[in-house]
Design a protein around this ligand. Structure first.
Ligand SMILES: *Cc1c(COP(=O)(O)O)cnc(C)c1O
Length: 429
């Protein structure tokens, strides 16, 4: 499928049925797979042959959907995980261990921030957070001799900052480490980080890829470009023999194109088992078939809502990278020329109490801990996802107490704006 254009890949990538085979990706609802001889099975356990033996590690339904996502991102290999959290954890832990260090953008999803700064810290993995707007000097200063990965989000959830992928990739590569980019919000329809130098791309497929709020899931895609062997001292897990698989060396046996995902499947899926169920992978693929069509509408609605809010006298600030005057407008023009996503955040002049009163009045935009599905929803991070933070911490994280995040769905934009207008009428200035 590599010669086809993106929309065609959304619809037909990853799965190519033979004569008389099912047109739709079959759900292989089986935990296990049958073999004629123990010898055949043994080859799978030695990674000498390709095939399936247990769905905790790999399943054919998942692999076809992962292959589609890898094609969309322009990578060489991909895998599905049970959630976006699992995808980011696996992507980092596949190349980090106790004693390693990560450089991460401070403007990232709260769950990922917690994963890296609290849970991975307990595993002995340190982090230095850098501003997404950091200069090259500031980025360089964050690296240490034990740094093993750099991490950022193309469009950060919920701050809506845009990552300068080329700059972050240049800093990572100058220090001999890969750049991992969480591309959940733009999806490969609006940005393909690998084209800008990212080495590994991750997704919460729970969001636009599924797109219907139906199935939690994640994905990891490898660009196949990072030369692990050139930095063998840093990545012994990829470049030294794995005793748990009869001494194979991933980077030698599977090359740059396959080593990362093979190791991640063979070791981390085997030991942690955070695999997506084949049912969820099937649902995810239904979403992917219309991703290109839906993203256009999400962007159109996001742009219209952001423009309306920017004209509204009761609104103190609007964040939307597609809005001229937004702090990330210029950089979005470079990385997101067709628009970014349907998520907009804004602050009402009355702060937190006004935000709460306003949200109660909305009829179409439901209050939900979610973003990026067909139905418009909204959230006040200060009273929900970021509840544990003080007002000062919220301000420092770029998530002021009165901030409302609205995820524009696929409804008519006129109806979304009228819903906002009627709620505006109720709240004071
Ligand atoms: C939601 C989200 C995640 C976490 O994904 P889950 O599927 O909820 O585990 C990670 N990164 C970003 C950018 C997200 O929006």
């Amino acid at each position: 499928m590599s010669d086809y254009r993106l929309n065609t890949k959304c619809v037909q990538g990853g799965y190519h049925p033979g004569n008389g085979e099912p047109r739709q990706i079959p759900i292989i609802q089986s935990t296990t797979f049958k073999y004629d001889t123990s010898e055949d099975m043994g080859k799978l356990f030695d990674l000498e042959a390709e095939g399936y033996f247990y769905t905790r590690l790999q399943n054919p339904t998942n692999d076809r959907v992962a292959a589609k996502i890898a094609e969309l991102e322009g990578g060489t290999a991909g895998m599905l995980t049970s959630s976006g959290q699992a995808a980011n954890f696996f992507a980092l832990f596949n190349i980090c261990e106790c004693g390693s260090h990560i450089v991460a953008s401070s403007s990232i999803y709260g769950g990922t921030f917690n994963l890296i700064s609290v849970t991975m810290a307990k595993m002995g993995i340190d982090v230095t957070f850098v501003s997404p707007d950091a200069s090259m000097e500031e980025l360089n200063a964050a690296f240490r001799e034990n740094t093993r990965a750099m991490f950022g989000e193309t469009i950060a959830n919920p701050a809506l900052t845009v990552l300068d992928i080329e700059k972050f990739a240049a800093a990572a590569h100058a220090h001999g480490v890969p750049l991992i980019v969480d591309n959940t919000f733009p999806t490969p329809v609006n940005c393909r980080p690998i084209e800008w130098g990212a080495d590994i791309v991750t997704h919460s497929t729970t969001k636009y890829m599924d797109g219907h709020g139906a199935a939690v899931g994640g994905a990891i895609v490898d660009s196949g470009k990072f030369d692990w062997m050139a930095h063998a001292d840093k990545y012994p897990g990829l470049c030294k023999p794995d005793d748990s698989y009869h001494g194979i060396t991933y980077a030698e046996k599977f090359g740059k194109e396959g080593a990362f995902i093979t190791k991640c499947t063979a070791q981390l899926m085997r030991d942690f088992g955070c695999i997506q169920s084949p049912q969820h992978a099937f649902i995810l693929n239904l979403g992917l078939e219309s991703l290109h069509v839906r993203m256009q509408r999400h962007v159109e609605n996001g742009q219209a809502v952001a423009e309306y809010l920017s004209r509204c006298p009761k609104v103190a600030a609007v964040n939307y990278p597609g809005l001229p005057g937004d702090a990330y407008y210029e950089i979005a023009q470079k990385y997101l020329p067709n628009g970014g996503c349907g998520v907009v955040s804004f602050e009402l002049k009355g702060g937190r109490p006004t935000a709460e009163a306003f949200m109660k009045e909305l009829k179409l935009a439901a209050i939900e801990t979610h973003v990026a599905d067909a139905r418009t929803c909204c959230l006040n991070p200060a009273t929900s996802t970021h509840r544990q933070m003080s007002d000062a911490q919220l301000a420092a994280a770029g998530v002021p107490a009165g901030l409302i995040r609205i995820s524009c769905g696929l409804e008519d934009k006129e109806d979304l704006i009228e819903d906002l207008e009627q709620a505006m009428r109720v709240v004071s200035d």
